[in-house]
Write a protein that binds this ligand. Structure first.
Ligand code: SAM
Length: 251
């Protein structure tokens, strides 16, 4: 089969976080697919067809990209951040698993990108300097009790926790519930970071405590990092404190 599909991570927003490999994959494509606002971040090049689609159209978008690649095109399917983190690479794998046998013969490449939790962490210091985990608070594809169980386990195990998809118009209460849950296990003073639209013109980053964390400060472009009991602030002169998690942990 002559076509190919690259699932390309664009990073969280800043063009300097687009890797040379991702840029080359975009340049080589003759058809680009993606959620409209993400596709808008890919440079416009002559001769390329662009196929924007709506949010939450992941499966049809992946199928359309696979069909186009199977017909012989060089396709780039773009994803915000890293395509393997709560994003299009898994959707493509799902569709290949359940789709026509011919899709298993396609040349598929996953091109990694900077995921949001790394960009947010870098803005404040090194909160992910020791063991951490990432959880999506979206209960669209998993039941809320599963999320509660994972939050409990992560907090009790001492992981720093990065919360993706914390809130949306359709999911207004989940972040409140998650923070209440984490307050059962973690000190009130646990550093908590809200990074919104990091790397974009409207970026905001706020450092607070778990007790004071206010879900009203988050939207669907926000990533929340809740520290572990070891995460701390280093005050500095003339600069914001550094938020970090030491590399060592006590027993
Ligand atoms: C569907 S997930 C996609 C994650 C993406 N694949 C990644 O690796 O960052 C969308 C969530 O990622 C986070 N996110 C994406 N871009 C962000 C940014 N620039 N700043 C802060 N959080 C971001 C938010 O939590 C948002 O709700």
């Amino acid at each position: 089969m002559s076509g190919r599909l690259a699932v390309v991570g664009l990073g969280p927003g800043d063009v300097r976080w687009l890797t040379p490999q991702a840029d080359a994959a975009l340049a080589a494509a003759d058809a680009l697919f993606g959620y409209g606002p993400y596709l808008d971040r890919a440079p416009v090049r002559n001769g390329q067809r662009r196929h924007p689609s709506d949010n939450r159209q992941e499966a049809p978008r992946a199928r359309a990209a696979l069909e186009t690649a199977a017909a012989g095109s060089n396709v780039a399917l773009v994803s915000g951040g890293d395509p393997g983190v709560f994003a299009m690479a898994a959707t493509v794998c799902e569709q290949i698993e359940s789709g026509p046998a011919a899709w298993r013969g396609l040349d598929v490449e996953i091109v990694p990108g900077v995921t949001a939790m790394l960009a947010v962490a870098a803005r404040v210091g090194a909160p992910l300097g020791h063991d951490f985990c990432a959880l999506s608070l979206s209960d669209n594809l998993k039941p809320w009790p599963v999320i509660e169980r994972r939050l409990d386990a992560a907090a009790q195990a001492g992981f720093v926790i990065a919360l993706y998809n914390p809130i949306s118009q359709a999911r207004p209460w989940q972040l409140t519930a998650a923070l209440e849950r984490l307050r059962r296990y973690l000190p009130a003073t646990t550093p908590t970071v809200f990074g919104r639209a990091v790397g974009r013109a409207d970026e905001t980053v706020a450092v607070t405590t778990l007790q004071a964390a206010d879900p009203a400060g988050a939207d669907m472009a926000t990533l929340v990092i809740v520290g572990s009991a070891e995460t701390r602030l280093v005050p500095r002169l003339g600069h914001a404190p550094l938020v970090y998690t030491p590399r060592s942990a006590s027993a």
